[in-house]
Write a protein that binds this ligand. Sequence first.
Ligand SMILES: Cc1ncc(COP(=O)(O)O)c(/C=N/[C@H](C)c2ccccc2)c1O
Length: 477
Amino acid sequence: MAKIPESVDWKKVVEWDEKYYMHLDATKEEYQCVPVAAAEGNYLIMPDGTKLLDFFNQLYCVNAGQCNPRIQGAIREATERYGHLWEAYTTDYRAKAAKLLIEDILGADSWAGKVSFVSTGSEAVEKAMILAKLYKNRPNIITREYGYHGWTLGAGSATRLRGVRSGLSGAGNSNDVRSVPNHQAGGFYLAPAPNCFKCSLGHTYPECKMSDGKLPCVLATEYQIKSIGPDTVAAMISEVAFGAATIHPPKEYIPQIRQMTKDLDILWICDEVLTGFGRLGTWFAHQQYDVTPDIMTVAKGLVSSALPAGAVIVNKEIAEFMDEWRWWHVGTFSAHPVSMAAVVANLEYMLEVDIPKMAADAGEYFGNKLRELQEKHDCVGLVTGKGMLWQVEIVKNKKTKELFAPEDRHTTYSGDLSMYPSVFVRVKAIEKGVLIGGFAPNTLRIGASLNVAKDEMDQGIAALDYALGELDKYCTK
Ligand SMILES: Cc1ncc(COP(=O)(O)O)c(/C=N/[C@H](C)c2ccccc2)c1O
């Protein structure tokens, strides 16, 4: 049971926070400090003891649940042994974390060769793209509209969600924005996203499929690569299911993209920072499509976010190539011994409880409940997802698919956001003690810890049902 320290003066906490901390997506006038005293399982515990059920799972990253006893115990033990060692030194924790990842989870005879640990997903993406460029000795990276890969310059250059690229969004009006000048590294080229609910190319799935079954968005990607020359492209980076942008692709998309990268002799960096470690009901999302990456990035679920940790896994060919070179690419905290202890405990726990199956089973139940809400509510235009990662598209008109916020995923998050369905639902659901909503304006992105209990799912569904009922009042027939 999480212990809330008696000694904390929460009024002081709020005062200091408001006075001294730089806040995220709120102006000083808008900002509301939300002190959280503790966290446990799927709950946040507020200073007065009330509990909020977290169907954001923070940033879809606490796969094994908050304060998982196995992980917390391992952290406590490791702090008895270590301060800090940088990655020139080996610890039993790091070696075991690498072994569990490559041998026990991916498989010694799988595509995976070696792993390199870092502290965040953005760093994993940065490292992955550097490795791809070094291995192919080519400068260019293909990314996609709506992709989210992190905030640092390289990862941020691969990110193509305008409102989450470290820019400024004004509260005044929707044009009150300031992108970071020149926060776009060279050598990034854009491909369309497989957003079938609102196709950027104006198509309708599955009628859009060409005579050979190819998807137009895959063909457009192929043409983009051919237009700059495949021999200039190191890799294509993609999420299997878009995390921040909240898009689950049609079943043909990933296999066709993977075949295209092989045909054009470019690497595939599969960014599993958000979808890894059971989130969609398999260890990794790419395994839903019987394809394998050349490089994979992970973070979040790698350690269930108990401490900072991320990693890049490279295939056997790249691992052998790198073995031939001295390579300086170091982060002070990469493979931190206490973080590695948390990774080991997290992975051992996940293997013991078969967390992908837990997520798959929970997803079966949760998906059925969401589809019932789709039938019941005028404002629900689409429900799709797997495991503990669900996409709910909200519409103003179910027949025409008219959106409440036409700017949709191109939003700059400036001006009045109160009628963004994802914001509206979040505000209403909190009345029922549940955190649920999304980041894209018209889309809910829903997922709890993968070991979520049935009664917790029922509580989340009930709160969502109430919020959607309130939103229905603004729909048109
Ligand atoms: C596919 C992917 N790759 C890399 C990163 C970058 O990892 P980081 O944050 O540097 O550890 C992220 C982070 N997701 C952000 C925080 C997110 C997720 C959902 C909604 C809104 C934002 C990611 O989803």
